[in-house]
Ligand binder design. Structure first.
Ligand code: MP5
Length: 208
């Protein structure tokens, strides 16, 4: 049975991945020309996204092999800090986080929920893709000027890159022993995520 790796998913779908990680939203953050309204829309909607991503991480931990737990629990600790950090950033900007998710954010949350009953191979591939999208997206538009520097650093820093590499190894080991049907599902969710990442940037970019 042919198997593929995470790296092969990216090399098979370079355009989809490029669109997920390179966007005028990030380019204008880097140039310092993004409007506060656009950035604040991203910030609030991303907080809502991370709330749902937390639950996806919990489901992943629930089905992970024991030797994968250390990395995943480390990720969970980072998410705990990140939620508090989002709250602090929102307070600084006088933003209300208890708002309704926009349609794109809601769709992304639904996709994360929809894989709840899928195999570990599928869920770990999705988890890796979501983390890699932010790692590469922010990193490739770094350095950013203030006040965006800390945002680019949060997902672009070397430690986060290392964490995403371990996630890749863990997803690869799951894909290696996955059935062909599971591999097909993993490829599909990867493409769904690539599209949703692009749409998420566009949602914020279109805010005015
Ligand atoms: C992430 C994110 C990364 N915050 N938002 C989107 C739309 N995609 C990926 O997740 P995390 O938990 O912030 O590292």
């Amino acid at each position: 049975m042919p198997t593929f790796t995470c790296a092969q998913l990216i090399s098979k779908h370079p355009e989809a991945w490029q669109a997920a990680t390179v966007h005028p939203f990030l380019q204008q953050c880097q140039q310092g020309t993004i409007a506060p309204e656009q950035f604040n829309t991203w910030l609030v909607q991303d907080y809502l996204f991370v709330l749902e991503f937390t639950r996806m991480a919990a489901r992943l931990i629930a089905i992970a092999p024991s030797e994968h737990l250390d990395t995943l629990l480390g990720g969970m600790v980072a998410i705990k800090d990140e939620l508090l950090w989002f709250q602090a950033k929102a307070t600084e900007r006088a933003l209300d986080l208890s708002t309704t998710p926009q349609p794109t954010c809601r769709r992304y949350c639904q996709v994360m929920q929809s894989i709840a009953t899928r195999s570990y191979a599928v869920q770990s591939t999705a988890f890796w893709a979501i983390e890699l999208a932010y790692n590469q997206g922010w990193q490739s538009h770094s350095p950013m000027p203030t006040p965006y520097t800390e945002f680019a650093d949060r997902w672009g820093n070397a430690g986060f890159t290392d964490y995403v590499k371990v996630l890749e190894q863990q997803a690869d080991s799951a894909l290696f022993s996955a059935t062909e049907a599971e591999q097909q599902e993993a490829e599909k969710i990867f493409l769904d995520i690539a599209l949703l990442e692009k749409d998420f940037w566009q949602m914020a970019f279109a805010a005015h």
